[in-house]
Design a protein around this ligand. Sequence first.
Ligand code: NI
Length: 398
Amino acid sequence: MTKPSLQLLLPAAKAIETELIALRRQLHQNPELSLEEAETSASAARLLTKLELEVKRNIGGHGIVADLAGGRPGPLIALRADMDALPIQEESNLPFASAIPGKMHACGHDAHTAILYGAAKLLSERKDMLAGSVRFIFQPAEEINAGAQAMIEEGVLVGVDEIYGLHNLPTLPVGKAATRHGALMGSVDRFEIIITGKGGHGAIPDQCVDPIVAASAVMLSLQTAVSREISPFEPVVVTVGSFHGGASYNVIPERAELTGTVRTFSRSVQDAMPSKLQRLISRTAEAHRCQAELRYTKMVPVLVNHDEQVRLVEEAIDLIQGAENRSEAAPVLAGEDFSNYLKHVPGCFFWLGSGPAMCADQANGLYHPQFLLNEECLPIGAALLAGIVLLRLGYANA
Ligand code: NI
């Protein structure tokens, strides 16, 4: 089976660029937060239905699953985009800036939705060339790390052989893409610690049990979980992000509360952290006569790409954008719930350049209130996702 030429995909994607930009801007102006993506989902579903795909709504919340059957039987390849916005007040001054106060597409999920629609359009026009099927997954609630898991629990991966997804990256110039074998993004865990003592007058600490002193000691002891208990060759972060206790200058409170996050690239390190934290927290609190409770939630696993699927993405990038525009991505400890899919099926998640063409240093990063996305990345992203599928399922004699 000879592989099909991908040369025509980018011109075909550029021919629908106006439509992709219009969709992206419409979504940008009307951002919806995680679990609220009703209108975004309805817009995408209307367009997908016109492509004569088999569209299922309300999967794992406002998620959409749209299936495209190829001309011959074969594997089922999934492509995924996320759809939700962030609770950020937009300061971009764009003519199509968010019309909803306090909500903004500052992570470019509006673009991801438009890109996946573009890929669906390109592939539905070429379905007779496919020996297999494509599943387009429009996922809600990525920003709260809930959507992928919810969709998986509703069976979105049943029958899926491989999965691919991308994220725009404004610090990478448009026209470029970056891949990485193995771990690309970190795990995300959240913890809450409640230290209980005995409240009373600040002038008589001997008749109280001070939870603030105990919580301070706990916070410092947590730093040794990384520095003294984990190999320096394993990247891991333990950050305490909030520390609350008491309400008055002269009162010893009954309790103090800490919240924080653990990030790592290693599944074994991730698995080992709750018991390490539990030991440090409970024994340190005990040394200060306090009780400690740890609530530890594993939110997102490490995002680990699969080698064969990374190679396929790299081949698509080289054929569509040119090998000179492909680079190796640096690992980051930020999380992405695409990692949940990769626990079940092989696949690859990669970065799509969405920054200024010449000077990416001037880009405002993801989550910035002045985040700008270079819309030239829309047809490129659509061509890449379609190209991955064509490389995997296409046959030349169609
Ligand atoms: Ni994002």
